[in-house]
Design a protein around this ligand. Sequence first.
Ligand code: NAI
Length: 327
Amino acid sequence: RKKPVRVAVTGAAGQISYSLLFRIASGEMLGEDQPVILHLLEQPEALKALEGVVMELEDCAFPLLRGVVQTSDLAEAFKSVKYALLVGAKPRTKGMERGDLLRDNAKIFSAQGKALNDHADKSCLTLVVGNPANTNALIAASNAPDLAPENFSAMTRLDHNRALSQLSAKLSIGVEEIKNMAIFGNHSATQYPDVSQTGLTLDDQWTKATFVPNVQNRGAEIIKFRGSSSAASAADSALKHMHDWALGSEEIVSMAIPSDGSYNVAKGLYVSYPVKCHGQGKYTVVDDWKLNDYAKQKIDLSIKELQDEKKAVGELLKSPIDKRQAN
Ligand code: NAI
């Protein structure tokens, strides 16, 4: 048996974590031969609820679960962790401006970036789920000068899987038959799911007027029906994202990663691209994707939104990524 690895999850008493933690502990994320020690971070007022979740984790008697740390202290939460899933974030409340939401979350993710820098394993892979995920990833990475920016990513896998499922239903084919589909841009309603490389025969009008908006607005649709945001499906995607990033994947997947300038995107922005995962945190952007003018226009809008988000959090961005951009 392998030595246990430490996995941090923030927002551990929240909805997504209520599905996520149990599946990490069962071995679905890192494999059934990899024991884990969970480091669970919560706000002080949610530590009691977290205690209840941990009691349930204990009651599952997972053979791979070798320990649980419960804390509201960042240093303790990130001490020696090899994987970090940053799920906890400040939700948007009624009457709150988008700019306020960005800034409040920027504070959380700059503090977490610094703490990861100071306490996590230097090879730690960090996935940002909490929204606005792409910009939160940018902030966390820019506050962690000793960690590689490529070891931070934001989640667009849920958007990816939503798109696969819509295509599968439309064409009555299995999801596993759909290859080379990818989400480009921001994890927001401006994201662009591109089907041009799938080789599927799709009606252009359906793609533009139904498929793309359905994928872009699926999150809001779930809220309308469920009364709260997608949780089990978000946990599922977080698990698959981390699994593929850590262990590799056969298929092209979507991940928001620091742009290397591919597809004319400003370097350093965290943008969703088609990615091939090679395992142990290594990946390459698929850079020969042929985008048509319509797709390029849509992606430009999403990139513009990311640039505006970056501007809005201005002073909380530390230098490393910006410096690299100048190089
Ligand atoms: P939730 O509100 O049920 O749970 C969030 C938890 O985070 C709460 O328990 C809260 O106490 C905790 N928290 C807040 N600030 C924290 C901090 N600074 N440190 C530690 N814990 C903190 O929310 P849920 O449903 O679990 O969603 C979490 C986030 O994931 C939200 O931002 C949501 O918008 C985002 N999300 C992202 C998706 C994606 O595809 N990227 C999909 C679905 C949700």
